[in-house]
Design a protein around this ligand. Structure first.
Ligand SMILES: O=C(O)CCC(=O)C(=O)O
Ligand SMILES: [Fe+2]
Length: 172
């Protein structure tokens, strides 16, 4: 499914599907499966379930148990609640900034525990991820540095959140 979605986005940018399949090594693509459990919190205003971040993969498929609210998306420095059903998010590196990845976070609530499962669909783990060459040519410049995908995921999982996403740090 993720391959189909990536292919469709590629075509919408007049990129060749075969080029994208090969450049991202989608045949051996790397999936990250994460379970989130947010217990009820007596002071939900004092904390976050998950701090603001951008998901590292090409698409995240997010399943939210019971469709409970909690996911919020940043639009021009304002947080908006996202109502389930599931949402997909795209990183903007490969598209040289055309598709914007959504910065998002999860908040907690006083009454009920909340659970979600995020399946991040990436390219192959050793692929150097950066803007697609034909798009860089079209734009006359690259807007992001390239980075090995596995390092990108690892640095997102292990770093302390400083308000900046790795995506921000890769911007030129
Ligand atoms: O629990 C949620 O709604 C968000 C989870 C999320 O953003 C993530 O796992 O990357
Ligand atoms: Fe996320």
């Amino acid at each position: 499914m993720a391959r189909e979605l990536v292919g469709a986005v590629a075509e919408s940018m007049e990129l060749d599907r075969d080029y994208v399949e090969e450049a991202l090594e989608l045949k051996s693509s790397f999936q990250k499966f994460g379970g989130n459990f947010y217990p009820p919190c007596p002071e939900p205003d004092q904390t976050l379930g998950l701090p603001a971040h951008n998901d590292p993969g090409l698409f995240t498929i997010l399943l939210i148990r019971d469709g409970l609210p909690g996911l919020q998306i940043d639009r021009q420095d304002q947080w908006f609640e996202v109502n389930p059903p599931p949402n997909s998010m795209i990183v903007n590196m490969f598209t040289n900034g055309r598709c914007k990845s959504s910065r998002h976070r999860a908040v907690v609530n006083e009454e009920r525990e909340r659970m979600s499962i995020a399946v991040g669909n990436g390219p192959g783990k050793d692929v150097m991820v950066g803007p697609a060459a034909p798009l860089v040519e079209r734009d006359g410049r690259t807007f992001y540095r390239s980075m090995k995908y596995v390092q990108y995921v690892e640095s997102q999982l292990t770093r302390a959140y400083n308000g900046m996403s790795i995506l921000d740090e890769q911007k030129i």
